[in-house]
Design a protein around this ligand. Structure first.
Ligand code: PLP
Length: 404
């Protein structure tokens, strides 16, 4: 790579950064002078969050104590924060409840989906390339409900659907390759077969427009610690489309989802609306940390985030192509925008060593064993100069690590 081409790419990066309408958002985050490309695993800390959490601990808990369930809005936090997430995933208010982990919400959603689908359907189709927890949980849900799991690649779903299909569990973006699946088309196909569509949005929420209501998704789950920056282990969420809420029959009907939780009656009567998706006492400190973190989305359009995400991943791929000697890495991430999430996955020999060296040099991505380097592009705080630097450092590291 000649110095002229390197200078040209750097100059382009600086022009793109100067024209980036989301560039000011970066100042809202606690970042150092490295390049953080792991926001698809753990989002960065928004700088205002610690003071808000401090208030939760010292005033709300320390001074108000039990009064905070009411006076600090603790009791209603799961639905209130659900309504903050709703516009980011294209849902109108009243359909998202925050709480529990994604895994637990997958369980609730898959079992509830089989109950919504009704009798006579005994198959659950599960994305064969899924993040493992979804597969494990779906398999257990199937055993409990007497269904059979059918593993199927997302693009094979239309052919695998049939009168026996009860529910289909899919990821909108593949955690390994960053491939974006066709949520509108697949949801329509699932509905045409009379089945229920459950989507895992972990790698899409906060990175691209999801359009849950627009595309008629039935149930969805997602985490909040990636592109939503809710913090380590922040609670997940469950979306139950309004049209299904009255019939949503949770397999974990804890007292928090009761119509009269303080009635303390022995019989269970489900609450109306998204409250029905709750289980037990919410994890208030994590939940309010997430609530504070969501402030960084004020005034941000998800369409603008998507535009920048595609421009960033395009530019990174272009820099990789320019800097990295041919054959050293292969992109697993689709070139077509319609099939790309917000991460780039590069297959590479000796990936573990390469990622270790990248991190030592301040370029933080992650590794999916055995041979995949993952680089997540979080449009709120990653810029074009970061993308150029990451590709350049990758080329330097590969130069030091002998080709396998
Ligand atoms: C697609 C997907 N589903 C589920 C999970 C895990 O969910 P949790 O640990 O919140 O149960 C992850 C974590 O990265 C994920 O990427």
């Amino acid at each position: 790579m000649s110095e002229t081409s390197r200078d040209a790419l750097r100059e382009r990066a600086s022009k793109l950064d100067a024209a980036d309408p989301l560039a000011p958002q970066r100042g809202l985050f606690a970042l150092d002078d490295g390049v953080y490309l792991d926001g698809n695993s753990l989002g960065a800390l928004p700088v205002h969050v610690p003071a808000r959490v401090q208030d939760v601990l010292t005033r709300q808990w320390g001074e108000l104590r039990i009064r905070s369930w009411d006076e600090s809005g603790w009791w209603t936090a799961p639905e209130r924060i659900g309504d903050r997430i709703a516009p980011l995933v294209g849902a109108s208010a009243g359909q998202i409840v925050v709480g529990d982990s994604t895994s637990v919400n997958v369980f609730k959603a898959v079992v509830a989906a089989t109950r919504l689908a009704g009798e006579g359907r005994d198959e659950i189709l599960v994305d064969a390339t899924t993040f493992p927890t979804d597969g494990y949980i779906a398999a257990s849900a199937a055993r409990l409900t007497g269904h059979r799991i059918v593993p199927v690649a997302p693009d094979g779903v239309p052919a695998a659907l049939g009168p026996r299909t009860a529910a289909v569990l899919l990821n909108q973006v593949d955690f390994r390759t960053g491939r974006l699946h066709d949520l509108p088309g697949l949801t329509a196909a699932v509905h045409a077969a009379g089945a229920i569509a459950v989507w895992d949005l972990c790698h899409s929420a906060g990175a691209l427009p999801v359009g849950l209501d627009e595309h008629g998704v039935d149930l969805a789950v997602g985490c909040t610690y990636k592109y939503l920056n809710g913090g380590p282990g922040s609670p997940a969420y469950l979306y139950v489309a309004e049209r299904h809420q009255a019939a949503f029959d949770s397999p974990l009907p804890g007292w928090n989802s009761h119509a009269d939780p303080f009635g303390m009656t022995p019989d269970y009567a489900p609450a109306d609306g998204s409250v029905r998706g709750r289980v037990g006492t919410p994890d208030i400190v994590s939940m309010l940390t997430l609530e504070a973190a969501l402030d960084v989305w004020d005034g941000v359009s998800v369409d603008a985030v998507r535009d920048k995400s595609l421009a960033l991943t395009d530019f990174f791929l272009e820099c990789v192509e320019a800097y990295v000697p041919a054959g050293r890495v292969t992109s697993l991430t689709p070139a077509a925008h319609a099939e790309r999430g917000s991460q780039v996955a590069l297959r590479c020999d000796d990936a573990e060593r390469v990622m270790r060296r990248l991190i030592e040099r301040g370029v933080v991505g992650d590794l999916r064993r055995p041979d995949v380097l993952r680089f997540g592009f979080t449009p709120l705080y990653v810029g074009f100069a970061d993308a150029e630097r990451a590709a350049r450092v990758l080329a330097e590291v590969l130069d030091e690590v002998p080709a396998g």
